[in-house]
Design a protein. Structure first.
Lengths: 293, 415
């Protein structure tokens, strides 16, 4: 086993130190190019959002003016009148529920595929990925008949179908994470007397936390951005933000409303991403401690 | 997110057609349209109390949404009916939901009322999606003219009490009078104008709803008037009449916006071009929106409605109750309420929504008539009487795909 044992039991487990060192850092032109490329990429991501931000508070902006001719709260008022606040609440709930169901399922599937002999493993893999190939519209139209026949309540039906659509993301993310996960660490903890429960909470979970966070985030996005399943399976009982955006975008003169709703719809995922960035990492301090020693 | 949603919807429309076709093919298994039977209107009103009605409607018209939220919902509440508005990007979404409910044999569906007309109504009727024969029980139906062709036929599909009238609309062409100083007065004249002013005119590409109407207007025009085009589709008439239409449109194409190499995909795109002053004309089946769009500065202040000597096509839109709805009494109550002179007048106010009434003013009492006479005139849109002068009936729905397909083959791909 290539793993070095910790000096004593009080020292927390540490991940191998990051291999980056002075030799890997780029210099000169390469460095300049790299920075420029990063800046260009950032610009490419941010640029499309600028008109969105401008439109959100533009009461009048007609071609060919470069900037809005009149600023105001028209977009905000219209968005509120369309029921934006309760819609945000419902979208948030839907995203969190899908995430809460699809992430553990993805973990279980990935762990089984990584460590157990799953019969017909390639077929299971394909099955887990199948939702990505199946247009949501087809699934919604076909499966809704079944859901109605067995009397599944609309909200439960939406969560169920969206969970299926989130599974490819969560199971794939976790499959990759388990691929890089060293089971020896868990075995070692068991050897040192940890219970299976302790191994899961104190060893496995911290090591997999970043991947778990990524999987949960992707699953949240599936619930957060869906239109077609929410409409067809939800049957109008759940009016979420994508419904408001799609409806407003289908009309003329709603640019400010659409921009405001879309820009506002970016915020919760962005906040989640930041939270993940702050808390979803492996504890850095331990690594630094290890470095110093 | 927005783009993604729209792409799915487009694909959805395609699948919906296929699904509806399948349903029609398996018509033996499709349930017959449920017949509504209430002993009396009083019975309906009593049954309606405490029920919830979900009204599914196209949500892209903020004024329409506001009218329902601020006028219709509170008025329904006084009758003991909880009305909820479900905004959708396309009425087809509501129909799709109903079609799955029919397949599942649902009796208590989540769609109770749909704002619908044309193609969606016809497809749904074929598939048994609507409750029929209930509108004659609505007391306010007596205030409409039962022989009005717009209310008896919805794009060639007989209404047969499967939907209650709600609003009338007239296909309208608007122009910027600041740049168009010599407005034409016929559709042929409009096409000539477009040729004399390259790049200043275009129309949405069919099968966009509005673009499709424009093609039909063109067919009437090149055929020497709507009286020469049979309402019912027939292949011989199509072969005889359409070559003139497509050769005219092909001849026109190089003079259109961007030399006709591309067309606005939707009427919303054409409206944006017009709002930005890139073209001088736009067109809509909902002239009601023009007043607001000029007032809030989206459209140029000099926007005017182009009245054509030969008239334009008109239609009505309706409220339909799906056969799977479990709240028919309440849905009928709301449909009757929406037909009341008070609600029709509120809806016709250009400051509220500006949708034309389906009521026959001759059948109203003086107090009710006064409600309509008090309405302020829109500065942009003429009254319905003026707009609907010489109004032409809509061709039957079977004409639409044939004309749209030929346009794509001969005009769009033919250059």
């Amino acid at each position: 086993m290539a793993l070095t044992l910790p000096p004593d039991s009080r020292t927390p487990l540490s991940w191998p130190v990051r291999p980056g060192n002075g030799l890997r850092a780029s210099h000169g032109i390469a460095r300049t190019l790299r920075v420029l490329l990063a800046l260009a990429l950032a610009l490419w991501l941010v640029l499309p959002l600028v008109p969105l931000a401008l439109w959100a508070f533009a009461d009048r902006w007609s071609f060919p003016a470069v900037l809005p001719q009149a600023w105001g709260w028209g977009g905000v008022r219209a968005a509120l009148a369309q029921g934006a606040v309760p819609a945000f609440g419902r979208s948030l709930l839907l995203g969190l529920l899908v995430s809460a169901v699809a992430t553990p399922l993805g973990v279980l599937a990935a762990r089984a595929l990584a460590y157990r002999r799953v019969p017909l493993a390639p077929a299971v893999n394909v099955l887990l990925f199948a939702p990505l190939a199946l247009p949501a519209f087809v699934a919604a139209l076909g499966l809704n008949v079944l859901l109605l026949r067995v009397q599944v309540p609309p909200f439960a039906g939406v969560v169920l179908l969206l969970t299926v659509y989130a599974l490819p993301y969560t199971s794939y993310t976790m499959r990759v994470a388990y691929g890089a996960h060293d089971l020896a660490v868990e075995e070692e903890a068991r050897l040192l007397g940890a219970s299976a429960w302790q191994v899961m909470w104190r060893v496995q979970l911290p090591l997999l936390a970043p991947a778990l966070a990524r999987a949960a985030f992707l699953a949240f996005l599936v619930g957060w951005s869906d239109y077609v399943i929410t409409v067809l399976v939800g049957g109008g009982t759940i009016v979420t933000v994508p419904l408001l955006v799609a409806a407003a975008a289908a009309g003329t003169g709603n640019d400010a409303t659409v921009a405001l709703l879309s820009a506002a719809a970016l915020l919760p995922p962005l906040v989640l991403l930041l939270v993940l960035g702050l808390f979803g990492r492996r504890p850095r301090s331990h690594q630094t401690n290890g470095d110093v020693k | 997110m927005r783009r993604f949603g729209i792409r799915r919807i487009r694909f959805g429309t395609f699948i919906a057609g296929a699904a509806a076709a399948l349903l029609v093919l398996s018509a033996c298994s499709a349930p017959a349209p449920a017949q509504q039977s209430f002993a009396s209107w009083d019975q309906v009103v009593v049954d309606a109390k405490g029920q919830t009605v979900r009204l599914w409607m196209y949500g892209g018209d903020e004024q329409g949404n506001a009218y329902v939220d601020k006028d219709l919902i509170p008025a329904a509440a006084t009758l003991g009916v909880t009305l909820q508005r479900v905004p959708v990007a396309d009425t087809r979404d509501a129909l799709n939901r109903v079609l799955t409910e029919i397949q599942a044999g649902t009796r208590d569906g989540t769609v109770d009322l749909v704002w619908v007309n044309g193609d969606n109504f016809g497809t749904g009727k074929q598939a048994g999606a609507w409750s029929c024969g209930w509108t004659s029980q609505l007391p306010n139906m007596l205030l409409t003219n039962s022989s009005d062709p717009l209310l008896g036929n919805d794009f060639g599909t007989p209404v047969q009490g499967c939907e209650a009238p709600w609003s009338k609309a007239q296909f309208t062409i608007a122009y910027n009078s600041a740049t168009v100083t010599d407005p034409p007065h016929t559709l042929a004249g409009l096409l000539d104008w477009a040729q004399q002013h390259p790049g200043r005119f275009t129309y949405p590409a069919p099968p966009d709803f509005t673009g499709s109407v424009f093609i039909r207007e063109g067919l009437d025009s090149v055929s020497g008037g709507d009286k020469n085009v049979p309402l019912r589709f027939d292949q011989k008439a199509f072969d005889r009449l359409t070559p003139a239409l497509y050769s005219r449109l092909k001849e026109l194409a190089p003079s259109l916006w961007r030399q006709g190499k591309t067309y606005p995909k939707t009427s919303a795109e054409l409206n944006t071009l017009y709002a930005g002053g890139q073209v001088d004309f736009t067109m809509t089946y909902g002239p009601a929106e023009l007043t607001k769009l000029v007032a809030d500065g989206t459209y140029p202040a000099a926007t005017k409605v182009l009245t054509l000597n030969e008239g334009t096509v008109g239609n009505a839109s309706f409220l339909a109750i799906p056969s799977t709805s479990g709240h028919k009494a309440a849905a009928m109550t709301v449909a009757n309420l929406a037909l009341s002179p008070e609600q029709q007048a509120a809806k016709a106010d250009p400051r509220v929504w500006g949708q034309y009434t389906v009521l026959d003013t001759a059948r109203l009492d003086p107090a009710q008539r006064a409600l309509f006479e008090q309405l302020p005139q829109s500065a942009v849109v003429p009254s319905y009487d003026v707009l609907s002068r010489n109004a032409n009936p809509e061709l039957s729905a079977a004409w639409v795909p044939a004309l749209d397909d030929a346009w794509r083959r001969l005009v769009l791909a033919g250059r």
